[in-house]
Write a protein that binds this ligand. Structure first.
Ligand code: C5P
Length: 215
């Protein structure tokens, strides 16, 4: 029987450090890393570029219908283009995107399209994917689920250190309270509070838990 691809789900609130950790874990396991938040950000950028009000769900859905998503991989990192355009890190973390991404991500039809793309990554060759609903909705059957947390103060501090203006508290509130796939701690997830841990310590913890479960 074929061995199923390894799928590691990493969820958590904004700026909990999950992206840095997930990237390192993917590199250790030699499978692709995907930031699902990057996908929501890229589509948000597209909506804003069209001059559409993110609160105008009808208009957002019109543009969703005609938008092409291209998922790929380069050097172990999942790539994502909207209508053939790859966005820069600066574009994806622009203040306007930070302020509007949670509104766009709360629309069920947007999630449906992007979740299908996210599952395709996992089914292809395995994946370490980070986001808000990866263990609860995208890959509910994987035994490798982690929830990386950190205190609100530490998370604010981390974003400030990156020199990015982010609306962390507002995003967390919208992400946790939306009807469609809210941010939750999956029942069977291992919770890691990274507030006072180094990146290396968190990576080590996650890798050792994965090894235990694979035995
Ligand atoms: O992870 P990141 O902070 O880049 O995510 C940006 C936003 O995308 C989140 O605040 C959330 O609104 C949305 N998101 C989501 N589901 C995911 C990943 C991100 O709704 N799986």
């Amino acid at each position: 029987m074929a061995i199923p691809p390894l799928i590691v789900a990493i969820d958590g609130p904004a700026a909990s450090g999950k992206s840095t950790v997930a990237k390192r874990i993917a590199s250790c396991l030699q499978i692709v890393f995907v930031s699902s938040g990057g996908m929501y950000r890229a589509f948000t950028w597209r909506v804003l570029e069209e001059g559409i009000d993110p609160a105008d769900t009808k208009a957002v859905l019109e543009i969703l219908k005609v938008t092409r998503f291209d998922c790929g991989e380069e050097s172990g990192l999942g790539t994502f283009a909207v209508d053939g355009r790859f966005l820069t890190k600066e574009e994806l973390s622009a203040r306007s995107v930070n302020e509007n991404v949670s509104t766009i991500a709360a629309i069920p039809e947007v999630r449906e399209r992007l979740v299908a793309e996210q599952r395709a990554y996992g089914e292809a060759n395995g994946v370490v994917m980070e986001g808000r609903d990866i263990g609860s909705v995208v890959f509910p059957n994987t035994p490798y689920k982690f929830y990386i947390d950190a205190s609100p103060e530490v998370r604010e501090q981390r974003r400030r250190a990156e020199g990015v203006t982010d609306s962390i508290a507002a995003r967390d509130k919208t992400d946790s309270n939306r009807k469609a796939s809210p941010l939750v701690i999956p029942e069977d997830a291992i919770v890691v509070d990274s507030s006072y841990m180094s990146v290396e310590e968190v990576v080590e913890k996650v890798i050792s838990e994965i090894s235990l479960r694979r035995e």
